[in-house]
Design a protein. Structure first.
Length: 329
């Protein structure tokens, strides 16, 4: 690996590359992040590229909370460089991620919503910190269906019924429920996450490259959406997100405190503290309204911007009921 990136910190350990996203203050998906991702995927497509890539975030509160809504045209133009003007969408860029000749592992701490969740879904594996990982597809709450692979991937991973629970409700899912549903491979205590992912990556990285590529290609052939399916979802999203309903709801979110792009350092939206605890869906078992361990521990209160997004589009956090095997299984 020879390139340097504006928003990605890379480090190589044998056959394993670590790629840490660092786009302060909120790690939004904007043109800089997309530009770096396009360049990184090009490097990872080379025959001599590392066999395993671990993606994580430098910000423990935010993996990718959402796209930079002030720079949609700019990041879309950057995404087009990965496949041409006809594939000017995050969905097709993320599809390229899924087809890399390397095994990709996402290590999730903090919030991954919308396109942030769809990035994770494009990775081959996802491991989440039980204490603070949050996943959501809030797109329908804003006025459009997910358009960067979320519908295709969640339906395949979760099944029809659970995908219809996750997408139309626009709800937040904590790590335990995401694990139960299949959104992530495993949810583990934060203190164990790094060691777990490093061990899996090192083991895979020690195997022959040709065998890894062949195995992944065979699994991709069975499980990945076709280009036509990804393009159709992207086109529908782009059509509806420009419509009157989505425009009005997005404007209302801005009024209530959602940051459309990176807020100025002095803004309370960057790391605000007031009125930051989200409302929780009523439950007959309060200790399980946000996961097996009860209310999520917070090293810092939820940023104001994220709370407003949740209150209008999401129901944080879906009640967790432990997965119980069916009788006879």
């Amino acid at each position: 690996m020879t390139a340097s990136y504006e928003t990605v910190i890379t480090g190589l350990d044998g056959n394993v590359l670590s790629a840490t996203f660092h786009a302060p203050p909120l790690n939004l998906i904007g043109p800089e992040v997309v530009r770096d991702l396009v360049a990184l995927l090009d490097e990872l497509s080379a025959p001599t590229a590392p066999r395993v890539v671990i993606f994580d975030s430098a910000d423990a509160d935010f993996f990718f909370p959402h796209v930079d809504l002030t720079k949609v045209a700019e990041y879309t133009a950057e995404a087009a460089k990965a496949g041409g003007p006809g594939d000017a969408s995050l969905g097709m860029l993320f599809r390229k991620l899924g087809r890399l000749p390397a095994v990709t592992i996402a290590k999730l701490r903090g919030r991954a919503r919308g396109a942030g969740s769809e990035f994770l879904l494009a990775c081959d594996m996802r491991f989440a910190a039980r204490e603070n990982a949050i996943l959501s597809q809030p797109d329908v709450g804003i006025g459009a269906p997910p358009g960067a692979g979320g519908i295709q991937q969640l339906t395949r991973l979760l099944g029809r019924g659970r995908a219809l629970e996750a997408v139309p409700t626009s709800s937040d899912f904590d790590a335990d429920l995401a694990e139960c549903y299949g959104w992530v491979n495993r949810a583990v205590p934060d203190a164990e996450l790094d060691e777990l992912v490093a061990g899996i990556a090192a083991r895979i990285g020690g195997f022959p490259r040709d065998a890894l590529i062949a195995a992944k290609s065979a699994i991709n052939a069975i499980s990945l959406p076709t280009p036509a399916e990804v393009r159709a979802d992207a086109a529908l999203f782009q059509q509806l997100v420009r419509g009157e309903t989505a425009t009005q709801r997005t404007a209302e979110l801005f009024k209530q405190g959602l940051s459309p792009g990176a807020p100025p350092p002095s803004s309370r939206l960057e790391r605000g503290w007031a009125n930051c605890r989200p409302s929780i869906r009523p439950s007959t078992r309060p200790s399980q309204t946000v996961g097996r361990g009860g209310p999520l521990p917070h090293a810092r209160e939820r940023p104001y911007m994220e709370t407003r997004l949740s209150s209008m589009c999401c129901t944080p956090v879906m009640p967790f009921t432990p997965c119980v095997p069916a009788e006879g299984s």
